[in-house]
Design a protein around this ligand. Sequence first.
Ligand SMILES: [Zn+2]
Ligand SMILES: [Zn+2]
Ligand SMILES: [Zn+2]
Length: 330
Amino acid sequence: MELRKDPITRSWVITGDDVPESSPRAESFCGFCPNSPAPAQVISTSPGSDGFPWSAQAVVHPTPLYHIEGEPGRRGDGLYDRMRSIGAHELLVENPRHDGHLWNASDSEVEQFLRLAAQRIQDLKRDQRFKYISIFKNHGSNAGQEFEHPTSQLTATTFVPRRVLYELRAGRDYFEQKERCVFCDILSQEERQGVRMLETRGDYIALCPYAPRVPYESWVIPRTHESSFERTAARPGTLRDLGILLRRTLQRIRTVTEEFHLVLHTSPNSTYRSESLGYWKTIDEDYHWHIEILPILGAKARSYTFKEVYYSPLTSETAVKRLRDAKIDA
Ligand SMILES: [Zn+2]
Ligand SMILES: [Zn+2]
Ligand SMILES: [Zn+2]
């Protein structure tokens, strides 16, 4: 596997003919449940409760896309750029229970999972090779879910993923013109208008974005400006409200579809600042972390337009009404 840069969009792709086998092994046990006969290699563990040895756990991905050892060895190839697929690929086991999902776990379980996610990001940002730490979850076969046990994925990469790069550039451009954070401005307009607001909980807001990429797209975002999820997570008490709002938002979405992608967008690794990249300079003022949830409505999605022009046969104003009225239990 190697990384190649698209010279036009300046985004990196991972490619290669030696694709790791990711077909689920037909084993009779789960490698992520406590006391598994063949446990995954543990990286970090959150303290357990209710008789469980741990509450959330980071483990090495059994078939990683990125490998931790070595240098990226970035080099030119005419006008092209390539590098080795150096990075980290971990699984964040969300709960010791095989059916302990983010939408049915307890407040403290979701909080522990979020805390572990923040700790892993913070830890990996100490490695100056890594420019970005992504945390995402694919749920459902159409989303590319790999394991039955509730897990999210973490990748640490030597580049900033494309969508985040677009957001960073857009955030910087908006800030250059207005000296304000575009996300803070979105939040204050949405709170004022009230037509796309899903729910608020403590300092967190769930909303359906003005220009959705898919029906029922939802964001969870802190009202207080902060570019880095890990810094917010370090403030006492704040992850509980986030966990509760995340659980309730997922419950709402699950009344429409069981399948979704979830991704955390936080600031890149600015511990080692790049001189050439302009978006690093005002990043703490112009970027604002958030969680995006992209539900998958299989039959209704017109996949041919998905990658070029996003097509959503439902406005956010209609989507938010249905999600607000959804019957949820916690
Ligand atoms: Zn399991
Ligand atoms: Zn902001
Ligand atoms: Zn985003």
